[in-house]
Ligand binder design. Sequence first.
Ligand SMILES: *Cc1c(COP(=O)(O)O)cnc(C)c1O
Length: 369
Amino acid sequence: MKPETALYRAWAEVDTDAMKHNLSVVRAALPHHRRMAIVKAEAYGHGLEGVARALDDADIEFFGVATITEAARIQALDCKTCPFILGPCFPEERERIALHGWRAALSSLEEAEHFNSLGKLYNRQVNLHISVDTGMGRAGLLPADLVGFGQKLKQLEHLNIEGVYSHLSAASDDISFTHRQIGAFEQAVQQLSADLSFPYRHLCSSSAVFNYSAPCTNMVRLGRILYGYSPMPSPYNKELRHTLTLYSRVTLVRTLPDNHGVSYNHTYVTTAPTKVATIGIGFGDGYLHYLSNTGARVYLNGSYCPVLGRITMDQIMVDVSHMSQVQPGDVAEIMGPNVPWEELTARAKTIPSNVITSLTARVPRVYIP
Ligand SMILES: *Cc1c(COP(=O)(O)O)cnc(C)c1O
Protein backbone atom coordinates (compact mmCIF):
# COMPACT_ATOMS: atom_id res chain seq x y z
CA MET A 1 0.00 0.00 0.00
CA LYS A 2 1.29 3.42 -0.90
CA PRO A 3 2.31 5.75 1.92
CA GLU A 4 0.15 8.56 0.49
CA THR A 5 -2.86 6.62 1.74
CA ALA A 6 -1.67 6.94 5.34
CA LEU A 7 -3.88 9.94 6.01
CA TYR A 8 -6.85 8.85 3.95
CA ARG A 9 -10.01 7.82 5.75
CA ALA A 10 -11.31 6.02 2.70
CA TRP A 11 -9.74 5.35 -0.65
CA ALA A 12 -10.01 3.04 -3.62
CA GLU A 13 -7.02 1.14 -4.89
CA VAL A 14 -7.40 0.65 -8.63
CA ASP A 15 -5.50 -2.08 -10.42
CA THR A 16 -5.18 -1.09 -14.06
CA ASP A 17 -3.06 -4.16 -14.82
CA ALA A 18 -6.07 -6.25 -13.84
CA MET A 19 -8.14 -4.28 -16.37
CA LYS A 20 -5.60 -5.01 -19.09
CA HIS A 21 -5.69 -8.64 -18.04
CA ASN A 22 -9.50 -8.65 -18.27
CA LEU A 23 -9.25 -7.20 -21.77
CA SER A 24 -6.89 -10.01 -22.70
CA VAL A 25 -9.37 -12.59 -21.40
CA VAL A 26 -11.95 -11.16 -23.81
CA ARG A 27 -9.37 -11.00 -26.58
CA ALA A 28 -8.64 -14.72 -26.11
CA ALA A 29 -12.35 -15.59 -26.06
CA LEU A 30 -13.18 -13.46 -29.10
CA PRO A 31 -10.00 -13.21 -31.16
CA HIS A 32 -11.78 -11.75 -34.17
CA HIS A 33 -13.45 -8.93 -32.31
CA ARG A 34 -12.05 -5.53 -31.48
CA ARG A 35 -12.85 -3.85 -28.20
CA MET A 36 -14.37 -0.61 -26.99
CA ALA A 37 -13.50 0.16 -23.35
CA ILE A 38 -16.47 1.76 -21.60
CA VAL A 39 -15.23 4.49 -19.27
CA LYS A 40 -18.44 6.43 -18.64
CA ALA A 41 -19.43 7.36 -15.09
CA GLU A 42 -15.84 7.77 -13.85
CA ALA A 43 -14.92 4.49 -15.51
CA TYR A 44 -17.48 2.69 -13.35
CA GLY A 45 -16.16 4.48 -10.29
CA HIS A 46 -12.50 3.74 -11.02
CA GLY A 47 -11.70 7.31 -12.12
CA LEU A 48 -11.96 8.42 -15.74
CA GLU A 49 -8.52 9.98 -16.18
CA GLY A 50 -6.57 7.22 -14.45
CA VAL A 51 -8.30 4.49 -16.41
CA ALA A 52 -8.13 6.27 -19.78
CA ARG A 53 -4.42 6.92 -19.32
CA ALA A 54 -3.77 3.31 -18.41
CA LEU A 55 -5.80 1.78 -21.22
CA ASP A 56 -4.83 4.11 -24.04
CA ASP A 57 -2.27 1.57 -25.26
CA ALA A 58 -4.29 -1.53 -24.40
CA ASP A 59 -5.34 -2.45 -27.94
CA ILE A 60 -8.78 -0.90 -27.83
CA GLU A 61 -10.58 1.07 -30.54
CA PHE A 62 -12.61 3.62 -28.59
CA PHE A 63 -13.37 4.91 -25.11
CA GLY A 64 -17.12 4.63 -24.59
CA VAL A 65 -18.51 7.67 -22.75
CA ALA A 66 -21.97 9.02 -22.00
CA THR A 67 -21.43 12.77 -22.23
CA ILE A 68 -19.56 15.48 -24.07
CA THR A 69 -17.90 16.44 -20.80
CA GLU A 70 -16.46 12.94 -20.44
CA ALA A 71 -15.24 13.08 -24.04
CA ALA A 72 -13.55 16.43 -23.37
CA ARG A 73 -11.80 15.04 -20.31
CA ILE A 74 -10.35 12.24 -22.43
CA GLN A 75 -9.35 14.73 -25.10
CA ALA A 76 -7.50 16.77 -22.47
CA LEU A 77 -5.28 13.76 -21.74
CA ASP A 78 -4.04 13.64 -25.33
CA CYS A 79 -5.09 10.03 -25.60
CA LYS A 80 -4.75 8.48 -29.02
CA THR A 81 -7.94 6.49 -28.40
CA CYS A 82 -10.98 8.43 -29.54
CA PRO A 83 -14.04 8.95 -27.30
CA PHE A 84 -17.28 7.42 -28.51
CA ILE A 85 -20.44 9.09 -27.18
CA LEU A 86 -22.85 6.23 -26.65
CA GLY A 87 -26.14 8.08 -26.41
CA PRO A 88 -27.96 10.93 -28.15
CA CYS A 89 -26.44 14.43 -28.09
CA PHE A 90 -28.05 17.86 -27.99
CA PRO A 91 -27.81 19.89 -31.19
CA GLU A 92 -25.57 22.40 -29.38
CA GLU A 93 -23.08 19.61 -28.63
CA ARG A 94 -22.63 18.48 -32.20
CA GLU A 95 -20.22 21.20 -33.21
CA ARG A 96 -17.63 20.02 -30.69
CA ILE A 97 -18.10 16.44 -31.83
CA ALA A 98 -17.51 17.43 -35.44
CA LEU A 99 -14.51 19.64 -34.60
CA HIS A 100 -12.74 17.11 -32.40
CA GLY A 101 -13.49 14.05 -34.49
CA TRP A 102 -15.21 12.29 -31.60
CA ARG A 103 -17.45 9.41 -32.54
CA ALA A 104 -21.18 9.82 -32.07
CA ALA A 105 -24.35 7.81 -32.47
CA LEU A 106 -26.86 8.55 -35.16
CA SER A 107 -30.56 8.11 -34.37
CA SER A 108 -32.27 10.11 -37.12
CA LEU A 109 -31.94 11.76 -40.50
CA GLU A 110 -32.22 15.21 -38.89
CA GLU A 111 -29.14 14.48 -36.81
CA ALA A 112 -27.32 13.25 -39.90
CA GLU A 113 -28.18 16.40 -41.83
CA HIS A 114 -27.05 18.62 -38.99
CA PHE A 115 -23.76 16.77 -38.61
CA ASN A 116 -23.30 16.96 -42.37
CA SER A 117 -23.76 20.73 -42.39
CA LEU A 118 -21.21 21.05 -39.57
CA GLY A 119 -18.81 18.87 -41.55
CA LYS A 120 -19.29 21.16 -44.50
CA LEU A 121 -18.81 24.28 -42.39
CA TYR A 122 -15.53 23.04 -40.97
CA ASN A 123 -14.49 21.16 -44.07
CA ARG A 124 -14.09 17.79 -42.44
CA GLN A 125 -15.67 14.35 -42.28
CA VAL A 126 -17.82 13.59 -39.24
CA ASN A 127 -17.48 10.00 -38.04
CA LEU A 128 -20.76 8.44 -37.02
CA HIS A 129 -22.15 5.06 -36.05
CA ILE A 130 -25.76 4.33 -36.92
CA SER A 131 -27.64 3.29 -33.81
CA VAL A 132 -30.41 0.75 -34.39
CA ASP A 133 -33.10 0.11 -31.78
CA THR A 134 -33.54 -3.66 -31.91
CA GLY A 135 -35.46 -3.74 -28.63
CA MET A 136 -33.87 -1.58 -25.96
CA GLY A 137 -36.32 1.27 -26.49
CA ARG A 138 -33.77 3.92 -25.58
CA ALA A 139 -32.18 5.34 -28.72
CA GLY A 140 -31.52 4.65 -32.35
CA LEU A 141 -33.58 4.14 -35.47
CA LEU A 142 -36.28 1.52 -35.45
CA PRO A 143 -35.70 -1.20 -38.04
CA ALA A 144 -38.78 0.03 -39.93
CA ASP A 145 -37.15 3.46 -40.32
CA LEU A 146 -34.10 2.03 -42.04
CA VAL A 147 -35.82 1.71 -45.41
CA GLY A 148 -34.06 4.15 -47.71
CA PHE A 149 -31.91 5.49 -44.84
CA GLY A 150 -28.60 4.22 -46.23
CA GLN A 151 -29.43 5.76 -49.60
CA LYS A 152 -30.07 9.15 -47.98
CA LEU A 153 -26.93 9.01 -45.85
CA LYS A 154 -24.83 8.22 -48.87
CA GLN A 155 -25.71 11.62 -50.26
CA LEU A 156 -24.42 13.46 -47.20
CA GLU A 157 -20.86 13.79 -48.29
CA HIS A 158 -19.36 15.19 -45.10
CA LEU A 159 -20.34 12.12 -43.11
CA ASN A 160 -18.16 9.10 -42.65
CA ILE A 161 -20.57 6.36 -41.58
CA GLU A 162 -18.00 4.28 -39.82
CA GLY A 163 -20.16 1.88 -37.88
CA VAL A 164 -23.51 0.44 -36.98
CA TYR A 165 -24.56 -0.77 -33.58
CA SER A 166 -27.35 -1.74 -31.27
CA HIS A 167 -27.78 -2.53 -27.58
CA LEU A 168 -29.19 -5.68 -25.98
CA SER A 169 -31.85 -5.16 -23.33
CA ALA A 170 -32.17 -8.54 -21.65
CA ALA A 171 -29.12 -10.65 -22.45
CA SER A 172 -28.82 -11.84 -18.86
CA ASP A 173 -32.34 -13.21 -18.54
CA ASP A 174 -34.19 -13.55 -21.84
CA ILE A 175 -32.25 -15.73 -24.21
CA SER A 176 -34.91 -16.00 -26.89
CA PHE A 177 -35.53 -12.24 -26.99
CA THR A 178 -31.78 -11.70 -27.18
CA HIS A 179 -31.58 -14.03 -30.17
CA ARG A 180 -34.34 -12.02 -31.79
CA GLN A 181 -32.39 -8.82 -31.20
CA ILE A 182 -29.28 -10.37 -32.71
CA GLY A 183 -31.36 -11.43 -35.72
CA ALA A 184 -32.87 -7.97 -36.07
CA PHE A 185 -29.41 -6.42 -35.93
CA GLU A 186 -28.07 -8.77 -38.60
CA GLN A 187 -30.97 -7.88 -40.80
CA ALA A 188 -30.41 -4.16 -40.24
CA VAL A 189 -26.72 -4.48 -41.10
CA GLN A 190 -27.56 -6.42 -44.22
CA GLN A 191 -30.14 -3.87 -45.30
CA LEU A 192 -27.85 -0.87 -44.71
CA SER A 193 -24.95 -2.64 -46.41
CA ALA A 194 -26.70 -2.19 -49.75
CA ASP A 195 -25.56 1.44 -49.63
CA LEU A 196 -22.89 1.65 -46.94
CA SER A 197 -20.03 -0.41 -45.60
CA PHE A 198 -19.22 -0.55 -41.92
CA PRO A 199 -15.72 -1.01 -40.53
CA TYR A 200 -17.35 -1.36 -37.08
CA ARG A 201 -20.39 -3.46 -36.25
CA HIS A 202 -21.12 -3.85 -32.55
CA LEU A 203 -23.87 -5.21 -30.38
CA CYS A 204 -22.64 -7.22 -27.40
CA SER A 205 -21.58 -5.83 -24.04
CA SER A 206 -20.72 -7.59 -20.78
CA SER A 207 -23.84 -9.69 -20.39
CA ALA A 208 -23.48 -11.09 -23.91
CA VAL A 209 -19.81 -11.33 -24.92
CA PHE A 210 -19.13 -14.77 -23.46
CA ASN A 211 -22.61 -16.23 -23.97
CA TYR A 212 -23.94 -15.28 -27.39
CA SER A 213 -22.49 -15.29 -30.81
CA ALA A 214 -23.36 -12.45 -33.15
CA PRO A 215 -21.51 -13.37 -36.33
CA CYS A 216 -22.11 -10.10 -38.13
CA THR A 217 -20.34 -8.07 -35.40
CA ASN A 218 -16.64 -7.32 -35.16
CA MET A 219 -16.36 -5.25 -31.97
CA VAL A 220 -17.59 -5.68 -28.38
CA ARG A 221 -18.27 -2.94 -25.86
CA LEU A 222 -16.83 -3.75 -22.46
CA GLY A 223 -18.00 -2.19 -19.25
CA ARG A 224 -18.45 -4.50 -16.28
CA ILE A 225 -16.21 -7.24 -17.64
CA LEU A 226 -13.38 -4.77 -18.03
CA TYR A 227 -13.78 -4.11 -14.31
CA GLY A 228 -13.79 -7.78 -13.41
CA TYR A 229 -17.49 -8.53 -13.15
CA SER A 230 -19.21 -10.83 -15.60
CA PRO A 231 -22.99 -10.85 -15.22
CA MET A 232 -23.48 -14.26 -16.85
CA PRO A 233 -22.11 -17.69 -15.92
CA SER A 234 -19.17 -18.56 -18.14
CA PRO A 235 -15.96 -20.58 -17.94
CA TYR A 236 -14.10 -17.33 -18.60
CA ASN A 237 -15.40 -15.69 -15.44
CA LYS A 238 -12.86 -17.28 -13.15
CA GLU A 239 -10.09 -15.72 -15.22
CA LEU A 240 -11.31 -12.19 -14.60
CA ARG A 241 -9.54 -10.17 -11.93
CA HIS A 242 -10.80 -7.66 -9.37
CA THR A 243 -9.92 -4.12 -10.38
CA LEU A 244 -10.91 -2.10 -7.34
CA THR A 245 -10.48 -2.47 -3.60
CA LEU A 246 -12.17 0.03 -1.34
CA TYR A 247 -10.45 0.67 1.97
CA SER A 248 -11.20 2.70 5.03
CA ARG A 249 -9.60 3.22 8.41
CA VAL A 250 -10.68 2.69 11.97
CA THR A 251 -10.96 6.12 13.59
CA LEU A 252 -11.95 5.06 17.11
CA VAL A 253 -12.38 1.92 19.21
CA ARG A 254 -14.63 1.87 22.27
CA THR A 255 -16.60 -0.58 24.36
CA LEU A 256 -20.29 0.28 24.61
CA PRO A 257 -22.35 -1.03 27.53
CA ASP A 258 -25.23 -3.46 27.23
CA ASN A 259 -28.49 -2.02 25.85
CA HIS A 260 -26.82 0.89 24.05
CA GLY A 261 -28.19 2.05 20.71
CA VAL A 262 -25.79 2.28 17.79
CA SER A 263 -26.24 4.81 15.01
CA TYR A 264 -29.32 6.75 13.90
CA ASN A 265 -32.73 5.64 15.13
CA HIS A 266 -31.23 2.80 17.14
CA THR A 267 -32.04 0.09 14.64
CA TYR A 268 -29.33 -1.82 16.48
CA VAL A 269 -29.08 -2.01 20.26
CA THR A 270 -26.28 -3.91 22.05
CA THR A 271 -27.31 -7.02 23.95
CA ALA A 272 -24.05 -7.20 25.91
CA PRO A 273 -21.03 -4.97 26.41
CA THR A 274 -19.76 -4.61 22.85
CA LYS A 275 -16.43 -3.50 21.45
CA VAL A 276 -17.23 -1.16 18.58
CA ALA A 277 -14.88 0.27 15.98
CA THR A 278 -15.89 3.43 14.16
CA ILE A 279 -14.70 3.48 10.54
CA GLY A 280 -14.32 6.55 8.32
CA ILE A 281 -16.59 5.73 5.43
CA GLY A 282 -20.28 6.27 4.77
CA PHE A 283 -22.84 6.87 2.08
CA GLY A 284 -21.16 10.21 1.34
CA ASP A 285 -18.34 8.10 -0.05
CA GLY A 286 -20.65 5.69 -1.85
CA TYR A 287 -21.02 3.02 0.81
CA LEU A 288 -24.74 2.78 0.24
CA HIS A 289 -27.23 3.54 2.99
CA TYR A 290 -29.24 0.62 1.62
CA LEU A 291 -26.60 -1.66 3.17
CA SER A 292 -27.83 -0.72 6.65
CA ASN A 293 -29.05 -3.71 8.67
CA THR A 294 -28.52 -6.18 5.83
CA GLY A 295 -25.74 -8.24 7.41
CA ALA A 296 -23.10 -6.13 5.65
CA ARG A 297 -19.59 -6.70 6.92
CA VAL A 298 -16.09 -5.35 6.52
CA TYR A 299 -12.81 -7.27 6.53
CA LEU A 300 -10.51 -5.98 9.23
CA ASN A 301 -7.19 -7.44 10.44
CA GLY A 302 -7.99 -10.83 8.97
CA SER A 303 -11.57 -11.26 10.15
CA TYR A 304 -15.07 -10.17 9.25
CA CYS A 305 -16.79 -7.54 11.37
CA PRO A 306 -20.54 -6.94 11.06
CA VAL A 307 -21.75 -3.40 10.45
CA LEU A 308 -23.98 -2.28 13.34
CA GLY A 309 -27.08 -0.21 12.73
CA ARG A 310 -27.43 2.38 10.03
CA ILE A 311 -24.75 3.60 7.70
CA THR A 312 -24.24 7.32 8.23
CA MET A 313 -22.94 9.86 5.76
CA ASP A 314 -19.31 9.67 6.83
CA GLN A 315 -18.95 6.83 9.32
CA ILE A 316 -19.98 3.28 10.08
CA MET A 317 -19.73 1.28 13.27
CA VAL A 318 -18.65 -2.35 13.27
CA ASP A 319 -18.58 -5.02 15.95
CA VAL A 320 -15.01 -5.95 16.89
CA SER A 321 -15.80 -7.73 20.14
CA HIS A 322 -14.08 -10.87 18.88
CA MET A 323 -10.81 -9.06 18.19
CA SER A 324 -8.04 -8.36 20.67
CA GLN A 325 -5.92 -6.34 18.24
CA VAL A 326 -7.71 -3.39 16.76
CA GLN A 327 -6.83 0.27 16.97
CA PRO A 328 -7.33 3.62 15.24
CA GLY A 329 -5.53 3.67 11.92
CA ASP A 330 -6.13 -0.01 11.16
CA VAL A 331 -7.24 -0.55 7.58
CA ALA A 332 -10.52 -2.27 6.77
CA GLU A 333 -11.42 -3.66 3.38
CA ILE A 334 -14.90 -2.37 2.58
CA MET A 335 -15.17 -3.91 -0.89
CA GLY A 336 -12.67 -6.06 -2.73
CA PRO A 337 -11.40 -9.64 -2.84
CA ASN A 338 -12.73 -10.44 0.66
CA VAL A 339 -15.93 -8.45 0.36
CA PRO A 340 -16.93 -8.87 -3.26
CA TRP A 341 -18.74 -6.23 -5.24
CA GLU A 342 -21.42 -8.89 -5.87
CA GLU A 343 -21.97 -9.35 -2.13
CA LEU A 344 -22.70 -5.65 -1.63
CA THR A 345 -24.93 -5.69 -4.69
CA ALA A 346 -27.03 -8.50 -3.28
CA ARG A 347 -27.28 -6.94 0.18
CA ALA A 348 -28.24 -3.52 -1.18
CA LYS A 349 -30.77 -5.20 -3.51
CA THR A 350 -29.45 -3.35 -6.50
CA ILE A 351 -27.31 -4.06 -9.57
CA PRO A 352 -23.49 -4.19 -9.64
CA SER A 353 -23.07 -1.07 -11.78
CA ASN A 354 -25.13 0.89 -9.25
CA VAL A 355 -22.79 -0.10 -6.41
CA ILE A 356 -19.57 0.67 -8.24
CA THR A 357 -20.67 3.97 -9.80
CA SER A 358 -21.83 5.21 -6.40
CA LEU A 359 -18.28 5.87 -5.21
CA THR A 360 -18.04 9.62 -4.87
CA ALA A 361 -15.40 12.22 -5.66
CA ARG A 362 -14.41 12.29 -1.99
CA VAL A 363 -12.78 8.87 -2.36
CA PRO A 364 -9.25 9.25 -3.73
CA ARG A 365 -8.38 6.71 -6.40
CA VAL A 366 -4.93 5.28 -5.98
CA TYR A 367 -3.57 3.57 -9.06
CA ILE A 368 -1.28 0.59 -8.81
CA PRO A 369 1.33 -0.14 -9.97
C1 LIG B 1 -22.91 1.33 -20.62
C2 LIG B 1 -22.99 0.70 -21.96
C3 LIG B 1 -22.23 -0.45 -22.24
C4 LIG B 1 -21.44 -1.21 -21.20
O1 LIG B 1 -22.26 -2.15 -20.59
P1 LIG B 1 -21.67 -3.33 -19.66
O2 LIG B 1 -22.84 -4.20 -19.51
O3 LIG B 1 -21.21 -2.72 -18.40
O4 LIG B 1 -20.57 -3.97 -20.43
C5 LIG B 1 -22.25 -0.91 -23.53
N1 LIG B 1 -22.99 -0.31 -24.49
C6 LIG B 1 -23.74 0.77 -24.25
C7 LIG B 1 -24.53 1.38 -25.36
C8 LIG B 1 -23.78 1.30 -22.97
O5 LIG B 1 -24.54 2.38 -22.72
